[in-house]
Design a protein around this ligand. Sequence first.
Ligand code: VGL
Ligand code: ZN
Length: 199
Amino acid sequence: MKALLLIDIQNDFLPGGNLAVPEGDAVIPIANKLQDKFDLVVATQDWHPSGHQSFASQHPGGKPFDLIDLHGLEQVLWPDHCIQGSAGAEFSPGLNMDKVEAIFRKGTNPQIDSYSGFYDNGHRKSTGLTDYLKGRGVREVYLAGLAADFCVFFSAKDALQEGFETYLIEDATRAISGEGFEKAKKELTDKGGKIISSF
Ligand code: VGL
Ligand code: ZN
């Protein structure tokens, strides 16, 4: 069984959104077209309470993209984004959700960020995604979505660690930082992941 994971294809990560990823909208037609090739399609959704501690707005003097220590973990401070129930947290209206069988929400604990669709950044709490995929007989996980150097990367890393054959579909993702994505790709291939293209 092959599963396609659509990572955080939400309005706030698209042009005009609060944490827009450059060319983020380019992933949508590719994500739509890819779905027919898969036995199972699952989506993740960044879903923060309004006072989330990853937001620069919650730290006096904090600016977006500053690095801080948050309860012992290195944390990038972000603009407020993907607030539960907001328009920015919704999936892009251009994304076909018909084949998506399950949605895993993450980042709901205000005290800890959660880039990966599998675990929070401290690897303390699971979202249940591994058990869900294994329960469905999935052995191969393919990743698309946003952002390549954060949530797609951390999801891919966890997928590898959970024992899935892991493929990152490069043209179906866009990064916040090109340099960050180059490092991420190297780390993934070093760990046995594969970087592929949809065409
Ligand atoms: C993401 C930063 C903060 C992502 C989510 O989806 O890549 N990045 N929250
Ligand atoms: Zn977030």
